[in-house]
Design a protein around this ligand. Structure first.
Ligand code: ADP
Length: 196
């Protein structure tokens, strides 16, 4: 089995490209979903979070108060690093387990990892595919998709590592500035190269 990792920036078209890979027959692993599962009640990571940041991080039903945790780590680097130390090794381990579980099936596996470079996960795959658009297109598509003001959209883009930097680090780039058909053609070309 050949393992690719897919990343991009908010609104760059990662979900669109992932669907194209899946339609061609690729297996998909959703890193965000694995990350959410790791902080469900009963999971050790959730207990560690409550221990590190206090029981106020939990809602009355025992689940994680994501909003509260998000506000805490937003302006507090130490807290963010502490949270990452709890979650990141587990996310990496879970992704590796998923890869091993699917390996016998062969074909192409695409790891969907939104913050791949930010979280140092590039080495999980044999090649990283970055979905790239120019900054103007990214802003326009994000405003349209999420119904955001331009200012809000800019702010959301600004907290991520710039897409141009990710493109420079990528093994493979899907240029998603053009039509969906043009993007599909690039995705099919990559898929064919790895599926054999
Ligand atoms: P991401 O998952 O990277 O945040 P999406 O795949 O949701 O991005 O794409 C962002 C928005 O842009 C969506 O509304 C999507 O339908 C639209 N979009 C993506 N690619 C194209 C394209 N090539 N042409 C036109 N619209 C696109």
């Amino acid at each position: 089995m050949r393992v690719l990792a897919l990343t991009g920036g908010i609104g760059s078209g990662k979900s669109t490209v992932l669907e194209m890979f899946a339609a061609l027959g690729a297996e998909v692993v959703d890193a965000d979903q694995l990350a959410r599962e790791l902080v469900q009640p009963g999971q050790p990571a959730l207990a560690e979070i409550a221990q590190a940041f206090g029981p106020s991080m939990l809602l009355p039903d025992g689940s994680l108060d994501r909003g509260r945790l998000g506000s805490l780590i937003f302006g507090d680097t130490t807290a963010r690093l502490r949270l990452n130390a709890i979650t990141h090794p587990r996310i990496r381990r879970r992704i590796m387990e998923e890869i091993e579980a699917r390996r016998p099936r062969g074909g192409v596996l695409v790891l969907d990892i939104p913050l791949l470079y930010e979280n140092g996960l590039a080495n999980l795959a044999e090649a990283v595919v970055v979905v790239w658009v120019d900054p103007k297109t990214q802003l326009t598509r994000l405003v349209e998709r999420n119904g955001l003001s331009e200012e809000d959209a800019r702010r959301r883009i600004a907290v991520q590592r710039p897409l141009d930097e990710k493109r420079a680090l990528a093994d493979l780039v899907v240029d998603n500035n053009g039509s969906l058909a043009e993007t599909r053609r690039q995705v099919a070309e990559i898929y064919q190269r790895y599926v054999s």
